[in-house]
Design a protein around this ligand. Structure first.
Ligand code: ATP
Length: 297
């Protein structure tokens, strides 16, 4: 966790930065001199525009110890980029950096056994102004060139979806709150996975975290943003979801460290953050303003 946090600190100055890119591998072109371009081999085109940055980023990039190798890849600002969020071939491009692909490079030791440092290098994800992409979409878009498990992705944007999960007993709504691994008390929620819409993420996360099968009410949708470690812009989206009173709640081991099924006033006190209290209040108004409906079957 500490390593991730400190890398985010390292990349903070790059995120959101506007850069100019020269595209040397346009979307739809064939790799030059690649086995794929030989006759008889299956030829794959670049599915995104790739290029290199011409904006000088050296003042933003930390210089690190070269490990005695004389040439330190990490000391150089990253140059190569994937341009996402554009579906036509480009020659040049101006956009914003929203993520860093941090690759681990394995070096085969030379025959004389001289020690070599392990090193890594970075590629940047650049998108048009106003485009926000999250980790699953970025991983999917660069899968043609980056092997899973060989890199870590540091993204400027994160999105989680969850719900105000409740049941009704004796006409009183009871709210389900959880304490997650970061230690605060809130609603069940979690990160969006590739191809999911908000409802799919929310119902999957509730099932994983609490084992409940809920009936979502998507007509309620509230969101807020917060910033993690001063770097990552996180968006949390909530709807409401009801479960049948008496359904057992079994929380996910190693992820959830406490759960409460409590009335509104107690839930409001338990919640750690004001933005969650606001959402709870709105949901409570909605629920109590509605005619009491029977439990879902
Ligand atoms: P997810 O459930 O989305 O997978 P997570 O457990 O990885 O999330 P968060 O719940 O976003 O992470 O918590 C990460 C950090 O953000 C923690 O330090 C936490 O205290 C802070 N945080 C969480 N919720 C809020 C909030 N509603 N407002 C402000 N800060 C928050």
């Amino acid at each position: 966790m500490e390593e991730i946090r400190s890398r985010y600190g390292q990349y903070a100055a790059l995120f959101g930065r506007e850069v100019d890119v020269v595209v040397n591998r346009p979307l739809g072109s064939y790799p030059q001199g690649h086995a794929n371009s030989q006759p008889g081999k299956r030829r794959k085109r670049y599915p995104v525009n790739c290029g290199y940055i011409v904006t000088d980023l050296s003042s933003l990039y930390p210089v690190q110890n070269g490990g005695g190798r004389g040439f330190d890849v990490e000391a150089l600002p990253p140059r190569y980029v994937y341009i996402l969020g554009v579906d036509e071939p480009l020659e040049t491009f101006r956009g914003r950096i929203i993520a860093v692909v941090h690759r681990n490079v394995r070096i085969t030791p030379p025959e004389n056994g001289a020690p070599l440092p392990q090193y890594s290098y970075d590629r940047l994800i650049v998108v048009p102004e106003g485009v926000e992409l999250y980790e699953p979409e970025i991983r999917h878009a660069i899968a043609f060139a980056e092997r899973r498990g060989r890199y870590r992705l540091y993204c400027m944007y994160e999105k989680s979806c969850g719900a105000v999960v409740y049941t009704v007993h004796d006409e009183e709504p009871l709210y389900l709150l959880i304490r997650n691994r970061s230690g605060h008390i809130g609603f069940p929620k979690g990160h969006v996975e590739y191809g999911e819409d908000e409802c799919a993420t929310m119902t999957r996360e509730i099932r994983e975290e609490t084992s409940l099968c809920v009936t979502p009410d998507l007509s309620f949708r509230e969101e807020y943003n917060y910033v993690l470690w001063g770097v990552v812009h996180k968006r949390a989206v909530y709807s409401m979801a009801r479960f049948a009173f008496g359904d057992a709640v079994t929380t996910m081991e190693n992820e959830i460290f406490g759960d409460w099924l409590v009335p509104f006033t107690e839930a409001k006190k338990l919640l750690s953050y004001d933005n969650d209290r606001r959402i709870l209040t709105l949901a409570h108004e909605r629920i109590t303003g509605q005619a009491a409906s029977p439990d879902p079957v």
